[in-house]
Design a protein. Structure first.
Length: 79
């Protein structure tokens, strides 16, 4: 019967395979690759809404992209 530590390790690999792939790459090259890549997208939204959102984010010291990512994750039930 596998130990709890073994089970935790297998679960971690399943949840975050990119981290373990990055560690394997580091082991080979001694350079740490990025584990998270961001992509640029184009959206069309109401100009007034965008202006208000930009001002709001600036006042609060927030990154607009991270706020949008957060809401997408919530919509998808990921966090």
């Amino acid at each position: 019967m596998p130990s709890k530590q073994y089970e935790y390790a297998i679960e971690a690999i399943k949840k975050h395979p990119q981290v373990f792939e990055a560690l394997a790459e580091y082991d080979k090259t001694r350079k740490m690759p990025k584990t998270v890549y961001r992509e640029r997208i184009n959206l069309t939204i109401d100009g007034t809404l965008l202006k208000k959102f930009r001002e709001y984010a600036q006042e609060k010291g927030m990154n607009m992209s991270r706020v949008i990512e957060k809401h997408i994750k919530e919509e998808l039930g990921l966090k």
